[in-house]
Design a protein around this ligand. Structure first.
Ligand code: KG4
Ligand code: ZN
Length: 330
């Protein structure tokens, strides 16, 4: 079954064609990062307009790259939430128009399911059940993935998402947007010091809280400025990143143990973080625990993960409504 996947929930217009939920035939990503960079973050109205400009071109390119035509598609899958309302509506309108004109079926897809499904594209052997740490710009979840579409939320953020914390700290440091990849790079050259809090919450909780950490970094920077101390950006990045990773790693490992599960799957933009990957790889070395994560291009938003999620949604007769829902839960 060939699925056309359309993603437009934030600042990437992306369209892909995927076979049977696993094989990428094309995956075109048009990013708006250079535009939003000028404002230090995503401006929703500009995002919507940019999606309108890009969507038809990106659809054409996805067919071109796959060497397929409209008749070769069996199903259309499109992100219906969570995300920015105007941005979601552009993808949904394009997908509905395509389905209507071509007579193909269409399913609405949960963007967060898509992030988990990115792993099925990268790892042909991966099947549920597993634990997934889903860490993106807008969400942070620890999930028990019992089946392709059976998710139990065991932990989530109570305030800022992990990626949001990276982006806000990067903004405070004036090092650019999106912050995650830049902090990741600079941290490699920095010296980590234990100067920021690790917020673990209640003893048994798998929930997260990153807003206090973000504030602690900002306070540290203000005080250092007032005292006329030199700020070594690389060291701040390394210290902040370690504070985030200590919490993510501790809670993920504890959940695996508590649930007696051996497979951890990383998804979402922050899963691209090189220190997180190597830390977990190290922790699992010589054990029978398994770690999976997608290549970086499939960690951040893309149409292929939506096509994969659409395939499993359709197979499970679980087509979601086609209304945009900015705060859609898992
Ligand atoms: O999943 P995603 O593309 O968009 C959302 O659905 O939110 O995630 C984007 C987030 C941004 O906050 C970005 O800073 C973060 O992922 N990110 C990273 C890295 N690459 C992207 N965070 C840490 N380290 C990275 N290498
Ligand atoms: Zn995303």
């Amino acid at each position: 079954m060939r699925v056309l996947g359309i993603e437009s929930s934030c600042d990437e217009t992306s369209v892909a064609i995927v076979e049977d939920g696993r094989k990428i035939l094309s995956n075109v990503i048009s990013t708006q990062i250079d535009t939003h960079k000028l404002y230090g973050g995503v401006v929703p109205e500009i995002a919507s307009r940019k999606h309108v400009e890009a969507i038809n071109l990106v659809i054409d390119q996805a067919f071109g790259e796959a060497g397929l035509s409209f008749q070769d598609i069996d199903l259309v899958g499109v992100t219906r939430g969570p995300g920015l309302i105007g941005a979601l509506l552009v993808g949904l309108s394009a997908a509905k128009a395509f389905a209507l004109a071509s007579g193909k079926e269409i399913v609405g897809v949960n963007h967060m399911h898509g992030h988990v499904c990115a792993n099925y594209l990268a790892h042909p052997d991966l099947e549920p059940p597993f634990i997934s740490l889903v860490i993106s710009g807008g969400h942070t979840y620890l999930l028990e993935v019992k089946d392709y579409l059976d998710f139990e939320v065991l932990g989530q953020t109570r305030d800022d998402a992990a990626g949001e914390a990276f982006d806000k700290v990067a903004r405070a440091l004036g090092i650019g947007y999106p912050g995650g990849p830049i902090v990741d790079q600079l941290a490699q050259k920095g010296k980590s010091r234990d100067i920021f809090p690790r917020v673990m919450l209640e003893k048994d909780s798998y929930d997260f809280s990153f807003s206090g950490l973000k504030t602690a970094v900002m306070n540290y920077l203000n005080q250092a400025k007032q005292r006329g101390e030199e700020i070594i950006v690389e060291d701040i990045c390394a210290s902040f990143q370690d504070a985030v990773l200590d919490v993510l790693v501790e809670k993920s490992l504890r959940l695996l143990k508590d649930k007696k599960m051996k497979t951890l799957v990383l998804s979402g933009g922050v899963a691209a973080n090189s220190a997180l990957r190597s830390r977990l790889q190290e922790a699992f070395q010589g054990t029978d625990y398994k770690l999976y994560y997608p290549p970086k291009i499939l960690c951040t938003d893309n149409g292929a993960m939506i096509a994969s999620a659409a395939y499993y949604t359709y197979q499970n007769h679980r087509g979601q409504s086609l209304y945009a829902d900015p705060s859609l839960g898992i």
